[in-house]
Design a protein around this ligand. Structure first.
Ligand SMILES: [Fe+2]
Length: 439
């Protein structure tokens, strides 16, 4: 294989093996970004032909000025609005079913979601099941669910994120805790992607520092995992172009968003957590870019491990979050990330090195071969700077939990198969072990 050939693979520019993927698809919601953009919701909803909107939110957000702004904007546009504010902090089958029942009864012709990932995901699901009724298990990812393809378009959905993290406003993914199976899983389909995203960075101004830190770590991991995912050319070609998965692997489009998101995270995450409002707005833009990137590339091992870390929480409570045992998603992802990037580095050391540089790492005396190490070091520096706990032990786990954590992460094959390394139970056990503490 020539050097040029290797370079083409690294850039994801289509070095092709017979029977493998030759193209990638770019999908995203229409994005409106800017301070004050929440006031556009009504006009945009009317532009989509919505006459009767279901406004999905949670009880806490309903008391904030953003809710009044969105509701007034819808009213001013002459749109009949019905509110559902019972989204759970961590959605479950009960809370999803409640939202679906609400949508079936209210019969809206469009959805507006105002909230974090839980709210936006719940709106996606209420839209899906009221647009294409089916038994609850039908569209949920296999093997726990039936993995049925979404049969057609959904009603228009305008998503308005209120945290700078999940990227749910631009992805076709919805996640919940399926208590019956004691597992976190969800639905993944390009049809679930909101029609429009209205990203108003003012919403970040009043967020607790702990929320900015955890959601910032989520952004960082979306960008790093998408940037280091398997190249799209390494996947077997799908039987039909329409079956190309959203998690298609890293590609030139996702790389572009990842690079800028990483630069923004390196420059602004710590200041955003410290309360700098301009830095918080920059993190909102980073979240949007990283969301678009991972919605087109897919994340991998740290997110797969995070399902287990968040799902098996015992007593840990995070500052800035409700008084419940809870490892926030971004924190659950971050605690295993340094160990994972040390492990994936050998597949693309140059990319890991470049990512560390974009995050502002000190690389004096280091070279591409040290990519995993400099990236892990810079990542842990950022964890310390924004008060993320010291690895798994910092969120209440010990060595005796590893077997159960592996059991929780192993079913996340959609994510693990997007990783650049083969990740079986033994590899996961080793990664959990390496994630126990970093300093
Ligand atoms: Fe995430």
């Amino acid at each position: 294989m020539s050097c040029r050939h290797l370079a083409a693979i690294d850039a994801g520019l289509g070095a092709v093996t017979t029977g493998h993927e030759t193209g990638f698809t770019v999908d995203t919601s229409r994005v409106t970004f800017g301070p004050g953009s929440l006031a556009e919701v009504g006009a945009r909803a009317r532009g989509l032909g919505i006459k009767r909107a279901a406004l999905i939110t949670d009880r806490h957000l309903r008391k904030l000025p953003w809710f009044d702004e969105v509701e007034s904007s819808l009213k001013a546009a002459g749109i009949d609005t019905i509110v559902f504010d019972e989204v759970a902090i961590e959605p479950t089958e009960e809370s999803w079913e409640k939202a679906i029942a609400f949508a079936n009864e209210a019969k809206p012709d469009g959805f507006i979601s105002l909230g974090g990932g839980s709210v936006i995901d719940t709106a996606k699901v209420a839209n899906l099941y009221s647009s294409h009724p089916a038994p609850f298990t039908a569209y949920i990812n296999a093997p726990l669910g039936d993995g049925r393809a979404v049969p057609g378009p959904l009603a228009p959905h305008i998503a308005c994120p209120t945290t700078s993290g999940t990227g749910s406003e631009v992805t076709g993914i919805a996640i919940f805790d399926w208590h019956a199976h004691r597992a976190k899983t969800g639905i993944s389909s390009p049809r679930l992607r909101p029609t429009e995203a209205i990203v108003d960075p003012r919403v970040t101004h009043s967020l607790p520092a702990g929320v900015v830190a955890a959601s910032g770590m989520d952004v960082l991991c979306h960008a790093l995992e998408s940037y280091t995912a398997k190249p799209y050319t390494s996947r077997p070609a799908p039987p039909s172009p329409l079956a190309r998965p959203a998690s298609q692997g890293r590609n030139p489009w996702s790389d572009m968003g990842c690079r800028e998101a990483l630069r923004l995270c390196g420059a602004h995450l710590a200041d955003a957590v410290a309360g700098d409002l301009a830095a918080r707005e920059q993190m909102m833009w980073a979240a949007t870019l990283a969301g678009i990137a991972f919605g087109n590339a897919g994340v991998h091992i740290p997110h797969a491990m995070a399902y287990a870390v968040a799902g098996q929480v015992r007593a840990f409570h995070a500052k800035g979050y409700p008084e419940l045992p809870l490892v926030p998603h971004g924190m659950a992802v971050a605690v295993s990330a340094p160990a994972c990037f040390r492990a994936t580095s050998a597949t693309a050391p140059g990319r890991h090195y470049e990512a560390a540089q974009m995050l502002g790492a000190d690389t004096i005396g280091a070279g591409e071969k040290d990519g995993g190490e400099v990236l892990a070091t810079r990542f842990t520096e950022l964890m310390k700077a924004v008060h993320i706990p010291n690895g798994l032990s910092g969120v209440g786990y010990s060595r005796s939990d590893i077997a159960s954590l592996v059991e929780g992460a192993l079913p996340q094959q959609r994510l693990l198969s997007n990783a650049p390394i083969m990740t079986d139970a033994g590899v996961l056990a080793n990664l959990f072990e390496q994630s126990l503490a970093y300093w």
